[in-house]
Design a protein around this ligand. Sequence first.
Ligand code: ATP
Ligand code: LTN
Length: 330
Amino acid sequence: MKDTVFSGVQPTRNLHIGNYIGALKQWTHIQQQHHCYFCIVDQHAITVPQDPAQLRSRILTMAAIYLAIGIDPKKSILFIQSEVPQHTELGWLLMTIAKMGELERMTQFKDKSRKGGAISAGVGLFGYPVLMAADILLYDTTIVPVGDDQLQHIELTRVLARRFNERFGDTFVVPQPLIQKIGARIMKLQKPEEKMSKSDEAEMNTLFLTDEDDVIRKKIMRAVTDSSAGISYDLESKPAVSNLMIIYHHMTGLNMKEIEKKFTDQGYGDFKKDLAEQIIEHMSPIRKKIKHYLADPAELNKILDAGRDKALAAAEEKMKLVRAKMGLGR
Ligand code: ATP
Ligand code: LTN
């Protein structure tokens, strides 16, 4: 049976190799067999301050990235969240059944509000996971492919779906997360104990999809390694090199044993040199395609228009049912 898949990325800053490996790379495989929605979640992006002109330009760049990594608009529905207002409508309705305590426990909220100071954290940042639940539940999604930092949000989505169904009768499908076995959490190049993140201030921690070849070489060659020598995979005792090996695995398809074998008796320098070249080989065609799509905004707009229309139709059908179940309107 075909699954319905929904996933999204916020158009905040550039995408990095963690987003690519943890989330987007899976999408291109899934779309071959399933019914997929890939969304640019711009309303999630505004839960932290955004420059409006920059946000608009990042939305289009994100659409170009989705296409460049291989999302096929003939197979998948690619659209912008704010162009389907049913997302915020359902977000509000779910807000009335979500509990303060549930949202207070979300680690992403705790991290992000800590960074900006708890007092300045917006209510939107607090309610963010409820909007995410709405994104997912609107389309009867069965599978949500994401990196492991999103697991807690998907668990909340499942709780809200069940609670709604119990209170108002069967309405929502309870979705499952889909997490990669290797690569669900790519770590910072300079601090392998922390998750690679778009909002990191330190450039050398993060490998962006748009980084040019020489920048890739520089960042990889300067990536920290572990105190013990040798290329072997052990997340506990060798977190730095294991993180680089995970990236190597995703660039080449070689498994950990094969990578260890290839680099027996070689040092970190040799391994990193080769890793940089593998990343360049994998990423430079994607970079070229991003530029290609951005050079033709008419084509990009056509794809986004078609995606919006399909998403709108599905979302409105679901909302008619939801409004009726809750007794809203006439
Ligand atoms: P921010 O720093 O702005 O929170 P982010 O880097 O965490 O951004 P998101 O837009 O929140 O990126 O995430 C997009 C997708 O990428 C999500 O599915 C998320 O789980 C995944 N993801 C984010 N960071 C990583 C990472 N370091 N490793 C693997 N997957 C990741
Ligand atoms: N919170 C997610 C982005 C996101 C999402 C979604 C992912 C918003 N809505 C629905 C999957 C399904 C993040 O990556 N920060």
